[in-house]
Design a protein around this ligand. Sequence first.
Ligand code: ZN
Length: 289
Amino acid sequence: MKTKQIESILLILLMTLLPLSMSGQTDIRQNERIPRPFDDITKWTNKTIMWVGPHQDDESGSLGTLSLLKANGNKIIMVWYTTGNKGSRDLEMTSERLAQIRKEESIKACGEMGITPEEDTFVWLGYDDGMLEYVPEQELCEKVCRLIRLYRPNAVFSMDPGTTWMQWHKTDHRMSAFVTLDAARAAAYHLYFPHHRINEGLQPYTVTEYFFYSTKESNFEVDITAVSDKKIRSRAWYVSQFGAGNFKYVGPEPDQENLINQLSSNTERIAKGEKVTEKFRRLTESMSF
Ligand SMILES: [Zn+2]
């Protein structure tokens, strides 16, 4: 008898709570931001694309996609936070010389992909490598916010800050990931850094497309097979970064033997039908809420 009573009480409770929980679910769905379906970025034309990152070479993982965009008549804005002036193990190297080498390597690597300071826009914010964590965040946020208001990009490429959980990155990378997104948010509201509007007439701007690189949560890939040879040639220009050149700088010319080997492996892979891709976490919505 007691069991039956308990069963009845439980049933009444369930009947009472069920509509509540269902209406709760409906409310949550109504409040969800529904992302737009992804379109084919390789078909984009006449747009402005801003790539933002900490070091010369961090652009490398996006250069295939950026080069396809450039070939379609889109304008590319490249922004580097640091000069990359610390990451050499060559005891003969100085920070000043390294900064110059890194800049030249990056220009050559981008140039190999058809992106040049003459036709596009290269912005060097000039901070010391490895020290971005110790620059006031507001200063970094203000600078990138201004660039976003000035160039009004249809899409921003940024190091991935992560979704629900912060993504771990090494120094400079983590600052670049978070500050770039903070700057994009600030750009949407005229009361952040109001002197941009008052002094320069730069109006608020809302970014609605993000391509996060160096991501562990990729949901979008771009087939860059057509430019994969170029990308290998492009990557070879970072002589002071990769391989022996990091221990003893031997540039500026790339190691030709290594380059030829990489190109022939790539040809073999493509002949087998393999695709070369670049992966991103893509977000087609405003993060300015
Ligand atoms: Zn880096």
